[in-house]
Each structure stands twice: as C-alpha cells, then as structure tokens.
Design a protein around this ligand. Sequence first.
Ligand SMILES: O=P(O)(O)OC[C@H]1O[C@](O)(CO)[C@@H](O)[C@@H]1O
Length: 541
Amino acid sequence: MTTLDVSATGAAADAVAAHVPTLVGDRVASRLFAQDHTLWGEAAEDEASKRLSWTGLPRSSRPLVGEIAALRAELEEAGYDRVVLCGMGGSSLAPEVICATAGVHLVVLDSSDPDVVRGALTDLGRTVVVVSSKSGSTVETDSQRRAFEHAFREAGIDPTTRMVVVTDPGSPLEQQARGDGFRVVNADPAVGGRYSALTAFGLVPSGLAGADVEALLDDAETVADVLAADDEGNPALRLGAAMAGTDPLRDKLVLVDAGTENVGFAAWAEQLIAESTGKEGTGILPVVAVGSEPAHLYDDGTVVRLVASDAEDEDDGGPSAASLVTVAGPLGAQMLLWEAATAVAGRLLGINPFDQPDVESAKSAARDLLGQGIDDSDPPAFTDGEVEVRALGGDWLSGTHTLETALDGLLAQLDEQHGYVAVMAYLDREHDADLENVARDLFERTGRPVTFGWGPRFLHSTGQYHKGGPGTGVYVQVTTAPAQDLEVPGRDFTFGQFIAAQAAGDAQVLAEHGRPVLRLHLTDHDAGLARVRSLLGQGGA
Ligand SMILES: O=P(O)(O)OC[C@H]1O[C@](O)(CO)[C@@H](O)[C@@H]1O
C-alpha cells in the first residue's frame, strides 16, 4: 500500500493548525483536483486555466507506458544502451531523480559549458538522445540538439534513428523535428515545466533508460484521491500550510535528505518550489542541505526531513528545529504531493504558482550580450592570482585588492535576519562536484542559509526566485575559461560565448534588482578553482 506521511512540529505545526481547517472549509483540495483555475485570484486565472492537467496525470499518462516500452525494446534490439537527455529545468530534473531512484543510468546534459557538452558527445555508437523542451525555444537545449545532430552525421550515423524529441504540440521544435524526420513524442501542453514529472518529459527519458514508469504512475494514482480530499489529514494541505503558513513567515525551507529512498529528490523540489513561489517580492526559498542537517537553524527557516518510507516514527536525536516537517513516501506519490502542496502554498502566499515572469529577463540579457558579441567587455576590478574579480550591484568593492576582502565586502551586505547567500557555479557539476560543499562552510561562517546552484541549470530553477522573490540575496558567481571551446552548429556563437553571456546577463539582471553580485572568473580552471574553494571554504573571518 502506497502511503504518504507528513508530520509537523513547532511553528510548522502551528501553521497546519492555523490554515488547514480553512483550506478544508474552502474545499481547496477537491477544487484543485477538479482543475478549478479560480483558486489563486483573478490575475492568475488565465495562466492557471492552462496549467492544471498535472492533477490527472496518474491516469492520463497511461498510454505513454506502452509507447515508451515499445520504443525501448526497439532501441535495445538495435544495441543502444546509453541514453542522453538534453533538457533544462522541468525538462530534465524529474528524469534525473526518477532514474537515480530506480538505479538506472541516464546522462543528463543540462549545461552549455563547452567542456561538459563535449564530454557527452561520446560513445555515439551505443547512444540514444532524448531532446526535451516544452517551449522548443530554450537555447541551451537547441544548442545541445544541434551538437548531437552534427556529431551523429560526422560519425556517419543518421540522427533520425538515434534522437527522440519530446515537446509540446505545435512548438517550433515539433514542427522542425517532424519536418526533418525525427521521432516526436508530444507532452500534455496544459502542464507547466516544473509540474511535468508525470508527463512525457518525466517518463520518456526515464522509461528509455530502464526505469519502471508504470510503477511511478501507480504510486501517484494510489494517493490521488487522498490528496484531493477536503480532509484535515490531507498531506498536501498539511505540507502546503507548513511551507507557506507560518506566522511570521519562515520563508527558507531547508530540504534535508534524512534517509529517503528518493535519490536527489530535493533538486527536483527546488525548482518546483522556487520557480512557483518566488515572485512579487515574496516566495519560499528551498535550501538543499549539503551534507547532514544544519547544526543550528536560523529564525526564518523550516527544516523538511525527507525520510525513508519505512522509517520508524522515532526522534533520531537530530538537532531539534523550531519548525520541522517530516515527509515520507515513494517517489511517484511524493511528486504529486509536492505539486499539490506547492499549489496550496501559492494560494496562501497570494501569488500565481504557474508563471515565471522574471526568467525571461535573464534570457533576453544573455541574447543582447550575444548580439553585442560577448567579450565580457567590462574589465575586472582586479585579478588575484588565477581569479578575475568583478562586482555588480553597488560600489562595495572599492579599495579592495584581494579575494578575501572582496568576499568580506559581499557578506557584509547580508541581512542577518532574512538574508541568504547564493553560490552560482557555471562549472562541470560532476568534475567540480566538491565545490558544492562550500554551501555548508559559508552557512557555518554566516549563520545564514546558503544555496548552491550549477549554472546555467539553476537559471531554470531558483533563478526566478533570485529575481522575483524577496530582495534578500547576496550572490557569488563562479565562471571559468573553458579548456576548449565548441561551435554551436548553425549559430553565430560558440558554447563558450553562450555560457559567458548567460552568466554576465544574469549578474546584470541581479544588479538591476539592486542585489550585490561578486563575479569570480577562473582564468585557469584548476588553479583558480582551488583558490576559490579555499576562499569560500574558510571558517569565520
Ligand atoms: O522545457 P522548456 O520549454 O525547454 O523549458 C525549460 C525550463 O525553462 C523554464 O521555462 C524557465 O526556467 C522552466 O519553467 C522550464 O522547466
């Protein structure tokens, strides 16, 4: 029997007690699963009316199971056993968690770093590529598609026999792919990217890689009625209230892997929560805890412990948090749970959980810089060894000439009650994985929440929150000179120019929002990274 368990203590429990009765009285759960688009106010009605099909996916996605199985059998028959997924945000985060949890291998290419893209362009003889993009206009994914199509042709392989496209009906990508003879699987257009885990976006790459997508839908279907019930025990109402109903609002949600079988779940939930709620100056900041639980919590946070489904209901003696939620359940059920809880949180916050108004600003800034011929024309304020230093969002760097004093200058702007530090690394998240640990070091140093995002992947996840959420972040951006650049076939820019424009564009938009950004550019990857690792990993000043 698939079950979900959501328990809360402290301020989170107070929020549940304060809000769930009203959510039940307003019939929010049953209206949500009846796809009532009026739940989030008049301004949200239009978008919500196009974004609620996810509530029915456990049933409506069933035809995909057979289609995926047939395609997997065909590809296996042909000897292709390496699946690469090209996609950003909601087009890749769910398959990554589904496959990691199922223990099947999926290469997720969600980077525009030339060295990372080149690293995926290998083993073509045994490789199948899924190109996933709902809009069909995401430049990272289009560039990756071009690179693979070119590489297959160069290897004498017909790309239409090795590349599968997943996109919305009528997208520019669908028209082009069908016209060029590629296989296309359409996804449900009435589901937004971050809610698309149980659509073709989540299921096709995962199923082709060998995950049991039927079991995923079964787990979701088993709990659908529980999540749709106007009942005080409804876990979605309880989780949504715990997320967004504390008073005063605890707007940092620390996601801790405390033994859950759902591998990497927090990275998927991060986009769902940050991109759904981080707008109009409000929102909930997901903070994916690096390593174990924080030794202590800040006053504006709630800890969510993601425990194993078969975990005993015992206090494991972990640090007690003033606001704590414990969540257990299998992956398919939890995906539907968190989608519903985030929609409930959006209602409590008074925002539209289905749009992402601020993402476009960074995309257009990147396009402008590419158009101007990105050469990162603004010279560094200074260079310290193999690291160029630039500062945006104020004149807070004047008079400093070392990395240490530059970081001190940034952290001096951190609001001690509500601030957070965001580290954004436009690097290889596998090769340079160790850098993620600086999130814990900076937390220990500042006592404030620290998020870590790999660029440009985070632009499609927490990026919306950084620009549309509360203006309380201070930002450290790390970029690098590539070992070797890579052409984007058919485009007038390279991958190296593109990722540099993405970083510069995002920093520019953050500065325009009045946020301080410390930009660290590694002129030599290895030596520069060692220096930055040491800088960010230092203990308290
Ligand atoms: O699937 P697409 O259209 O390529 O979009 C990828 C991601 O970019 C965004 O549209 C913006 O970040 C996300 O909502 C989405 O998941």
